[in-house]
Design a protein around this ligand. Sequence first.
Ligand code: S3P
Length: 438
Amino acid sequence: MGSYTFTSSAPLKGRLRVPGDKSISHRALMFAGLAVGESRIAGLLEGEDVLATAAAMRQLGARIVREDDGTWRVNGAGLGSLIEPRAALDMGNSGTSTRLMMGLLASHGLTATFIGDASLSGRPMNRVIEPLSQMGASFEASAGGTLPCMLRGASPAVPVTYRLPVASAQVKSAVLLAGLNTPGITRVIEPIATRDHTERMLRGFGANLEVSEENGERVIAIHGEADLKPMDVTVPGDPSSAAFFLVAASIVPGSDLVVENVGLNPTRAGIVTVLKQMGADIKELDPREVGGEPVADLRVRHAPLKGIEVDPAIVPSMVDEFPVLFVAAAMAEGTTTTTGLEELRVKESDRISVMAAALTAAGARVEEHEDGLTIHGTGGEPLRGTSNARVKTHLDHRIAMSMAVAGLASRDGVEIDDTDPIATSFPTFMQMLESAAQ
Ligand code: S3P
């Protein structure tokens, strides 16, 4: 689709249902692909990142079919029985597919080459190469530990105890997935808790996994050479996708919107807490459980927001939501400070500097620091908009959607250079925005 200008919006009204959770969708396909027998997945996110995982699992021997009613049927290849892919595994834009799949393959005796787009090819892989090498796998990565990267798995691999040097669910999951096909017990020590979808879902697929706490740190132990049994998974709605609508309805006057079926796993729901601290009017309706995850419908009404100091301890539970939080901060009364965000510099783009540039281009007052942004809000007045400038999204879906939201509360509109990356996580974003803002 290319460039697009998002302009000042009518109030957001009605009800909408965001697509399935990206993290959970990746895991459902991978784990079902390792089980022996047929699993069915309902509510799978059909975004490009997840489709990259499906394609790679097919190359490794899983049979994956989409039914006409949107259910996905997966017949697993079986743990230990993955086949060597004949072509490179193209991970597109998806860091999660790459890092988790490297873990999976590290304990299989086969060779695979990982490739990706320009954004993914600049992202650090040493964070998984390191522990997986300790387990016996070997890698030939491009300069600086990037893709393209060839992996030679170890069979048998060696179990390790690995203490995460960065708070990363991807690294945790890579080691646990390698541990699945490794004799003995593989342990991951997590000083700072990150999203726990891997732990929750692996148990559902029959893995023997224990979680304990030692000296205030989470320890996850997986017993290797497990047999995974198939299961049916219902994927809840993605809180990271819902976040765009939570902020949009908060900043567009007159809005009153219900976002249905939003996953509210405590390791993911930090954005709701922080927006409420800023004065957002968000109510959780009909709390329930879907696919082993807490879920609710969220009713959000326009409300004046105020700037706050965001507690860095909450960062892991909203690591992907900072770009859109920055937009909320730009419209709030007073100053918002964020710290502890160094990981944002190695996401699909450097989200600290890219958002600083994008918001500045749209007329916001922003100061960039090594580990976060300080934003002086307008107090509810619309942002100026980009007029002659065009926001650069750097192949980053969350930058595109965040600045789309900024455009809804701008005087002159916000022009984005490229909306195509939105399809990696939220292919129906544009239609949903249009239908909510009638
Ligand atoms: C993800 C973990 C996060 C997040 C990414 C998805 C996952 O990355 O940013 O979008 O599914 O495990 P890190 O674990 O590297 O922080």
